[in-house]
Design a protein around this ligand. Structure first.
Ligand code: F6R
Length: 602
């Protein structure tokens, strides 16, 4: 997730920016940069990799006197992590930093290119600075030019812009990505979260979506659709650890809550009313492809399993899924009409990477779905689709799973479109459902409180069975994996229809069954599977939009229009249940014992 800092005032600016960016390191980044304007002097530095590289580049520079300045840490989403793609982006006389995604950047870029403007980077951000200069060159005042620019942007953004055209001003705007303004005694700060301004500012204003404006001589002018407005500052909390987690107790908890927002970013510019657009895949990418094989590990394997149902059902393409460590040693038969997909949050998982190399040696076309650009798996693949989840700090994966599953769902529709195997009404239905998923991922206070209350009943017992059918079977596997990772309790995911072929022998009141009972997918079948367990006195926690009398505990879900929307809502329930059980057991939620975030050994 990118990070933004900004400063306007008399103090030395380089150090303020670098210190601020350092405080944002926890959000993850692959390049960084700063830009400063003091009087008529403009300075810009960028570096790929760690902040020390930027520090080294700026070691002979220090700002003097009053000035304006912006800085950025970038987590690549459009374009590789290179110096040219690092922010701040330069026009002819202005600089911009931006978090989020400009959904209509291609259309804007084309328009600007037709006006003769050349682009240096592959980013969506660069369009902002060129648009601003276009309007300014046409006679608008700097603020009017900024206003007009913001009006043209679609998507999510938090952005800061400085320009020689107004050397004592910082322009700002926020829509969908977080940004705040910090107030010191004689100066003003900007940041994408509290941490960079703790110890520097005393008061803060958290910008709302749709707000924009400018700061001149320490005075903030704030606007929204209704014109200039007043605002109320609040005291700044000073707990950095708390601020890094945006006030949540654990990174995992923060990441569960973030899912609704990041899912929006995953879909941005890709899920359109008329169909799925994946710029990453060149025209004809699926020509000659008749089957898909997916390799992954752990949670990523579970998203792959989910997608196998979608590829076959929606795109009518054969799809099989293998655990990467098994695939490597089974002497698999590979044919060149198979697309080889790897899924990995980190892009560094050794078994997945080796499986990919094997497939490449066999001459297969490869695609990776990954959260980290320039990671080994992305570099090794013919092409990659990034999940745009932002850095995931909690060892137990949550938002990476959600966004992987979303990308795979999009890909299934894309394949259907390309091959002509999906009809228009189905495509439309799927897209409508997709656009609903961010809502289904919102964690309400009532839901969290319910799972907190309920969790106290599930701290013992001789085991958990998570059961589901169809796509809810991989979700059951994932729910069980989450629980065992952070609670250290034994949990298994099972296809509901398979319980009577053995595991039902374990059923008694100390066997906890978490039953995923969606309304839109084989409800009656799973209901009878759960009844069988209940008849043997198993303790049942049912998750369903439909009330179920035999449940000992019942979590009622809200959405029942489409299986995938139900899937994502139930996913949140299982994540919160695992989290709350782990907290009650006093475990380290973010760093569970024996586990590492990235498994780079076999
Ligand atoms: C579970 C978890 C792991 C990873 C697995 C693969 O919460 O995080 O099971 O999913 O180690 O990692 P990636 O996706 O980085 O290849």
């Amino acid at each position: 997730m990118c990070g933004i800092v900004g400063y306007i005032g008399p103090k030395e600016k380089k150090e303020i920016l670098l210190e601020g960016l350092q405080e944002l390191e926890y959000r993850g980044y692959d390049s960084a940069g700063i830009a400063v304007i003091e009087g008529d002097k403009l300075h810009n530095f960028k570096a790929v990799g760690k902040l020390e590289n930027l520090r080294e580049k700026t070691k002979n520079y220090a700002s003097e006197g009053f000035g304006v300045s912006i800085g950025h840490t970038r987590w690549a989403t459009h374009g590789k992590p290179t110096e040219l793609n690092a922010h701040p982006h330069l026009g002819a006389y202005s600089y911009v930093v931006h978090n989020g995604i400009i959904e209509n950047y291609q259309e804007l870029k084309k328009e600007l290119q037709e006006d003769g403007i050349s682009f240096l980077s592959q980013t969506d951000t660069e369009t902002i600075v060129h648009l601003f200069e276009k309007y300014h060159n046409a006679g608008a005042t700097p603020f009017e030019a900024f206003q007009k620019t913001i009006e043209r942007l679609e998507g999510a953004y938090a952005t800061l812009l400085i320009s020689e055209a107004a050397p004592e001003t910082i322009f700002f705007a926020k829509n969908g990505s977080p940004m705040l303004i910090g107030f010191g005694a004689e100066d003003v700060y900007f940041a994408s979260s509290d941490t960079p301004i703790i110890g520097k500012a005393n008061e803060v204003y958290y910008l709302e979506d749709g707000e924009y404006g400018y700061v001149e001589n320490s005075t903030v002018h704030l606007f929204d659709a209704n014109g200039e407005k007043t605002f109320v500052k609040q005291p700044l909390i000073a707990d950095k650890a708390m601020a890094q987690k945006d006030g949540y107790r654990f990174f995992m908890e923060k990441e569960i809550y973030e899912q609704s927002r990041v899912m929006g970013e995953t879909m941005m510019g890709r899920v359109l009313e008329e169909g799925i657009v994946l710029d990453e895949l060149e025209e004809g990418f699926f020509d000659g492809i008749n089957a898909i094989k997916i390799c992954a590990c752990g949670t990523s394997y579970h998203s792959a399993l989910t997608s196998a149902y979608l590829f076959e059902r929606l795109a009518k393409v054969r799809c099989d899924v293998e655990i990467a460590s098994e695939f490597r040693y089974k002497e698999p038969l590979l044919t060149k009409d198979t697309l080889f997909i790897t899924i990995s949050q980190s892009g560094e998982t050794a078994d997945t990477l080796e499986a990919l190399k094997m497939a490449k040696r066999a001459g297969l076309k490869s695609l990776s779905i990954c959260n980290v650009d320039n990671s080994s798996i992305v570099r090794e693949s013919d092409t990659a689709i990034l999940t745009r989840a932002g850095i995931e700090k909690g060892v137990a994966s949550t938002k990476a799973f959600a966004t992987q599953t979303m990308v795979l769902w999009m890909l299934a529709l894309y394949v259907g479109q390309q091959k002509g195997t999906i009809d228009q009404p189905t495509l439309k239905q799927e897209i409508d459902a997709m656009l609903h998923t961010p809502k289904a991922l919102v964690v309400t206070d009532a839901l969290h409180a319910k799972l907190h209350r309920l969790s106290k009943r599930y701290l013992h017992g001789h085991g958990f069975f998570f059961i589901g059918r169809d796509i809810f079977y991989p979700l059951a596997l994932e729910g069980a994996l989450k629980l065992k990772e952070i609670s250290y309790l034994h949990a298994e995911g099972y296809p509901a229809g398979e319980m009577k072929h053995g595991p039902i022998a374990l059923a008694d009141s100390e066997l906890f069954t978490i039953a995923l009972m969606p309304k839109t997918m084989h409800y009656d079948k799973i209901k009878s599977n759960v009844e069988e367990l209940s008849a043997r006195d198993a303790t049942i926690c049912a998750i369903s939009p439909l009330p179920f009398d035999l449940a000992d505990d019942f979590v009622q879900t809200t959405y029942s229009s489409h299986p995938m929307v139900e899937f994502f809502e139930m996913m949140v329930v299982t994540q919160l249940l695992a989290l709350e059980i782990s907290v009650r057991l006093g475990n380290d939620v973010d760093m569970p014992r024996n586990l590492a975030k990235s498994v780079t050994v076999e």
